[in-house]
Every structure is written in structure tokens, then in C-alpha cells.
Design a protein around this ligand. Structure first.
Ligand code: SF4
Length: 523
């Protein structure tokens, strides 16, 4: 028998085997995804399907080592990598801010693919060629993975570069939740028997970005269309041709023109009715296990509270998990507070985009007040069904201090789990672009986290120019001079200063001068 399986009593408990192997602290830090033995190009599947129900245990045991792939269960095919399996196409509906459907936040979308305005959630999940094709390829041995390679290239590439991806995280988390996995298994059994995917279990996670880009922070690495505050800064000249235009294939002014031309607001938010989407969510409530609300900053977006109210009225809220991808600086807006709705739902996970502690995050995610974040974490801890997770980005700047984040989680019992992803866009801000000597000094600090070591061991991106990164960050520093958010790059990250060339002239002459008359322009 190849795999050791353990039945858990409670999803929040660790298996004895895990604690024995890695210790309780490490188990707490790794339940959200990180910390397996994966290496670039070699995903470690040992921790998938460890904590399972009796029925899954007996099923998985049917296949023994040496069984031909076609005779194995799906569990063993996935663990043995006979198939490139992912739970997401069976469990998730994801819409972009502009309304485009795709498999998940990391997936590629077809330029003219279905959108919220023309394709209902139900149609997208049951009839779209996109979803149908990847489900089939992900459950077929010897598939050429033609569409998976197209739509899921980010996970394939992350597994090649870092050994860990959104797919591998989801598999680790979903397959070790016995109740959830058993329902996914029933859904897949039906799909395999009929050849058609249907809504037939409460397994769906809706990930909705359709409530817009209203945000209260100016995170230096965030794509501008995701934050109203970032857009204001870009209009005032906090822009970098090198960092942003090569990624987006358009400058900020062209984006603005495009939005006007297509009748969208300046965020590029979809032009359809949010209410229509809310009605569809309500209709599908019996199948919805969780809803993740993404912004902008979801907790200050009033529109989403309408959906919360509508879900409470359905009577299904007590079965539904709510997840907020939040900066954790706000928990209410106007008359609405997250805590008024939380008691109606099965659980609320406040997933904080936390990738630094104290002044590190105050610099990287400008306008953050760390004390507010800590106060909000404590406040969440008072509610029995509210949990706080951390999920940040490992980037050029954050990797300089990111090792402090797991340490902080260890000492804070109000934080349930931690996860992170490597920053992908803009390329210039990836962690592998740090100077070689800094990367070498950092590697020992990440001994427990092989994906971060793998990122630091990678060479810098082709055409990377550190002076362009400095020029951009210093321009943002200048923008905030004289405000309560004033901070300086080399005060927070003094180890970078020796690489700075003050005589360098950045590529973006267009925005060389910041267009600020007074602080009113910023506030
Ligand atoms: S393989 Fe990756 S990109 Fe594709 S659906 Fe799964 S998580 Fe998303």
C-alpha cells in the first residue's frame, strides 16, 4: 500500500501523523498550502488526500502500487500524476472585474470569451467549451492537455519554476477536508458516468470581482484597474512605462480612452447589472458552498452587502462560507459592517493580503496603518465563526522581509492559516530580480519554504533594470511627501540603497514630473 491515510474528526484538527512529522507550529503554518517537499518541476503529492473520510479511505485503498493507470481511482491517478487534475474546474465559477468568465484568478481567459453580461453562471459552468474541455482533459489519462496548456499555463509554469501552484494548494486543501472532498467526489462520479457536468452538490465557490475596484490602499505592485486609489495616482503621474506598459500592452491614458469608448466606468468594470448576477447567485444558493468577494477592497464596496442581504433571506446563508480577499484595514463602510452579516453565515474567512509586518507593509501597501490591521484581527477573533487567514505576495520588496510573516502567524492564535503566491505581474517586481548578493543572504531565512528558495535561486528576468524599479518606487515616495503616509524606500529597505544610481534617467519621460498641485490631489 503506497499512501498513509488518516481519518480526521474535525477539519480544524491536524492529523497526529502530521504533528509528529513536522510539529504543531509547522502544521499550523502549512495547512493553507505551503511547506511540502515540492521542487521546481516536481510537485510533491504526498500531502494530498491524507485527512480523509472512511469512504474515501476505502476507495483510495482499492488501488495498490503497480496498478495500471486506467484501473486506478481518480485519487491515485492524480497522486501518481497520471492526470493533471485540479479541483477548481469542478468547484469554481470566477468572473473578472470586466465581467469575463475564466476558471480561476490564475487562469487565462479567451479575449472574446463568455462574459457575465451574455452568459449566466449556470451556462458558463455547464455548457461553455472552456470549462467542458478542461474538465475532460484533467480526468483523462494520456490527454494532450491542449486546452489546459492554454488556460492553466500559470499553474504549469509555477510548478516548473517553484514546485507549487494554485492547483497544488487547492488539491492539498480540498482533498484534506473530508466533507468537502466527498461531495466533490460525488460530483465527479456523476460527471464521469454521464459525461456531463451538473450542479448536484453544495461544492461551488463563486469568486466575484464584479463589485468594482473601489479601494483605500495604493499597493505598489497592484494592477491599476484593481484599485481606484491606484488609478488616481497613475493619473497624477505615478506610473512607469517600463513596469506597466510592457505588461499591459497599453499606457494608462490609452486605457482611459478605451474605457470611455466602451461605455465602461474608468475601472473597466463590467457594463451589465450587478443585480442580475446577485439574482443568479441566489438561484444557485443550494449548490453554493462559498463565495469569495474580491475587489478593490470588498469590505468598503457597498454593493456586495446587497448580495449578503439577499443570501440571508434565502435561508441558505447558514450553509455558506464567505471569504473576503481584503487588506484588513477596514471592516465596515457607512451603515454596513461585516460583523452584522457574519453570524448568519456558516463561516466568514477574512483573507488578508498580508505580505509584511509593521512598516514593511505600510510602505509596500501604502496607506496601510498596521495598528488598524492588528485591531481588526483582534476584532475578528471575538466572533466564533470568523477566521483570519493571511495570503500575500512574495515580490521584489516583500521577499526582503517576508520571513517575518510566518513568525508573526506562529505567535498570533487569531490567524487560522497562511498562504502566499509569487508575484507574476509586473515582471520587474518578481523576487528573482533582487541583486544576487541579497538573494544569497535571504535563502537561509527561507529554509522551510522551498518555493521561495526556488524563486530566489532563479536568475533575474531578461531586460530587468533595477533603476527602473527604484525610479517608480521613489516617484511614489515623492507623491506621498507631506502626507500622513510619507515614507522613504531606503529608510524601510536600507539594503537596497547601494544599488541605486541617482544619475539614471528612467524610460518614462512622459511622466517624469508628478502632476501634484497640493495634497488635496492625493487625499
Ligand atoms: S490548474 Fe491552475 S489555472 Fe487551471 S483551474 Fe486549476 S488552479 Fe486554475
Amino acid at each position: 500500500m503506497k499512501y498513509e491515510l488518516k481519518v480526521s474528526k474535525d477539519k480544524k484538527e491536524y492529523t497526529d501523523a502530521t504533528i509528529e512529522r513536522v510539529g504543531k507550529d509547522y502544521a499550523r503554518l502549512t495547512r493553507g498550502g505551503p511547506g511540502d517537499n515540492s521542487k521546481p518541476g516536481q510537485v510533491d503529492t504526498d500531502q494530498w488526500w491524507v485527512d480523509v473520510s472512511k469512504s474515501t479511505k476505502s476507495r483510495a485503498f482499492k488501488a495498490m502500487q503497480g496498478t495500471p493507470p486506467v484501473e486506478k481511482t481518480l485519487i491515485q491517478q492524480a497522486k501518481d500524476k497520471d492526470i493533471f487534475f485540479c479541483t477548481i474546474p469542478f468547484t469554481q465559477a470566477y468572473s473578472e472585474m470586466h465581467g469575463g468568465w475564466k476558471a480561476c484568478c490564475f487562469a487565462q481567459r479567451e479575449a472574446d470569451g463568455p462574459r457575465v453580461e451574455d452568459t449566466s453562471i449556470k451556462d458558463w459552468m455547464t455548457n461553455s467549451d472552456y470549462m467542458t474541455s478542461i474538465r475532460k482533459e484533467m480526468t483523462t489519462i494520456n490527454s494532450d492537455l491542449k486546452n489546459v496548456k492554454k488556460y492553466c499555463q500559470r499553474c504549469i509554469s509555477d510548478e516548473e519554476r517553484y514546485g507549487r501552484s494554485r492547483r497544488s494548494n487547492c488539491l492539498k486543501i480540498h482533498t484534506n477536508n473530508p466533507e468537502f472532498w466527498d461531495d466533490i467526489q460525488k460530483n465527479i462520479d456523476m460527471y464521469k458516468a454521464t459525461g456531463e457536468w451538473e450542479f448536484d452538490q453544495r461544492i461551488i465557490e463563486m469568486q466575484l470581482k464584479i463589485f468594482g475596484s473601489e479601494c483605500n490602499l495604493d499597493c505598489h505592485m497592484c494592477i491599476h484597474t484593481n484599485s481606484s486609489i491606484r488609478q488616481r495616482g497613475a493619473e497624477k503621474g505615478v506610473w512607469s512605462k517600463k513596469l506597466w506598459e510592457e505588461e499591459l500592452d497599453t499606457d494608462w491614458e490609452a486605457q482611459q480612452r478605451d474605457f470611455k469608448l466602451h461605455g465602461k466606468d474608468r475601472t473597466g468594470r463590467f457594463s451589465g447589472s450587478t443585480q442580475t448576477v446577485i439574482e443568479q447567485v441566489v438561484e444557485l444558493a443550494p449548490y453554493i458552498r462559498s463565495i469569495k468577494i474580491i475587489g478593490g477592497e470588498p469590505l468598503i464596496m457597498k454593493q456586495h452587502y446587497k448580495m449578503m442581504e439577499a443570501l440571508v433571506k434565502t435561508g441558505h446563508a447558514k450553509h455558506i462560507f464567505i471569504k473576503y480577499q481584503t487588506n484588513l484595514t477596514k471592516v465596515s463602510v457607512g451603515k454596513h459592517s461585516m460583523f452584522d452579516y457574519a453570524p448568519h453565515f456558516r463561516e466568514v474567512a477574512v483573507v488578508g493580503s498580508i505580505d509584511g509586518i509593521g512598516q514593511t507593509i505600510e510602505y509596500m501597501r501604502r496607506r496601510t496603518i498596521w495598528k488598524d490591521v492588528e485591531d481588526n484581527i483582534r476584532e475578528c477573533g471575538k466572533y466564533p465563526n470568523v477566521v483570519v487567514d493571511f495570503n500575500g505576495l512574495v515580490s521584489f520588496l516583500s521577499v526582503l522581509r517576508f520571513y517575518e510573516v510566518p513568525e508573526y502567524v506562529k505567535t498570533n492564535p487569531d490567524i487560522f492559516q497562511i498562504n502566499w503566491a509569487m508575484l507574476e505581474t509586473p515582471k520587474s517586481l518578481r523576487p528573482n530580480n533582487l541583486p544576487e548578493e541579497l538573494k544569497k543572504e535571504l535563502i537561509p531565512k527561507y529554509r522551510e519554504w522551498p518555493d521561495i528558495v526556488a524563486a530566489l535561486e532563479r536568475p533575474a528576468e531578461k531586460d530587468f533594470n533595477i533603476q527602473e524599479v527604484f525610479a517608480y518606487l521613489l516617484k511614489q515616495d515623492k507623491y506621498y511627501e507631506g502626507t500622513k503616509w510619507e515614507m522613504h524606500l531606503f529608510d524601510v529597505f536600507p539594503e537596497l540603497e547601494k544599488y541605486y544610481d541617482p544619475t539614471y534617467v528612467p524610460e518614462d519621460d512622459l511622466y517624469k514630473t508628478l502632476n501634484i498641485q497640493n495634497n488635496e490631489d492625493i487625499l
